[in-house]
Design a binder for this molecule. Structure first.
Ligand code: FE2
Length: 257
């Protein structure tokens, strides 16, 4: 049986949250989506609050993934323990609260969702994401497995795509907020895209006010992140997965404005 899995790129601040709340359910209906994973680690700019996590869930996400800003709002720590649908990268070391991998019911089949963080230019003391993937794929039973690899370097994401090709149903990159035009089914059957893009203000630098970003590059004080008002976009990809093989048959990029 075929399942349509929607992956949504990083939701940035209030414009991203509002756009998600307005467009996610109509998109799910239009594309007959069975399961939705949304990266929410920038809902507060840096991190997210419990209220923002619940807004993403209530908007239609089945699982919310995080990344380098997972603990940007430290009050999320307790909620990470309580909400099985909220994942932080599995390769955070030691005593980080919460979990990075879950298995969810998909109406007769099980789908495993794994959240990983890269280490190139993201020095957060994480374990090796490649060996962490091996360990987590041995846990539990699931017909389908999807991976959100939150990473900076295209090389690290592409290498992970080849490393897990044929072993997971789909793998997408998040974090860089700019969609890549390389969606495809890999040689051994894993659906892949290097980066989904983002959900937030169109006229922005990765969701943030361009004036603020330019000021930072000119050497000024960055200050608190501000998200500009104005039109927004929802970017991501839809993976068509076959529960008989556990692999992918098609990938489609999404950009809803
Ligand atoms: Fe990030």
């Amino acid at each position: 049986m075929l399942y349509h899995i929607l992956a949504v790129g990083d939701v940035v601040m209030e414009p991203g949250l509002r756009h998600l709340e307005r467009h996610l359910r109509p998109l799910q209906k239009w594309k007959a989506i069975d399961f939705t994973v949304v990266n929410g680690e920038n809902a507060a700019g840096v991190g997210l609050t419990r209220d923002q996590a619940e807004r993403i869930y209530d908007a239609g996400a089945d699982v919310v993934t995080l990344g380098n800003h997972a603990f940007g709002k430290s009050q999320i720590a307790d909620f990470l323990e309580d909400a099985p649908w909220l994942l932080r990268p599995a390769n955070y070391t030691g005593r980080a609260p919460g979990r990075g991998c879950g298995v969810y019911d998909l109406g007769g089949v099980r789908i495993r969702v794994l959240n990983l963080i890269g280490r190139c230019d993201l020095s957060w003391g994480a374990d090796n994401p490649f060996t962490a993937a091996d360990r987590n794929l041995e846990r539990g039973q699931a017909e389908l497995t999807v991976v959100d690899f939150h990473a900076e370097a295209t090389s690290e994401k592409l290498a992970m795509g080849y490393y897990l090709d044929g072993r997971v149903s789909a793998l997408w990159g998040t974090h860089t907020h700019v969609p890549t035009a390389d969606e495809r089914v890999c040689p051994r059957g894993t659906g892949y895209i290097t980066d989904l893009g983002m959900t937030g203000s169109i006229e922005s630098v990765l969701g943030i006010d361009p004036r603020q970003s330019v000021e930072g590059f000119l050497g000024g004080l960055p200050g608190r992140y501000r998200a500009p008002e104005g039109p927004a976009k929802l970017q991501g990809a839809i993976f068509t997965l076959d529960s008989a093989t556990g692999l992918c048959t098609a990938v489609e990029r999404i950009d809803v404005r």
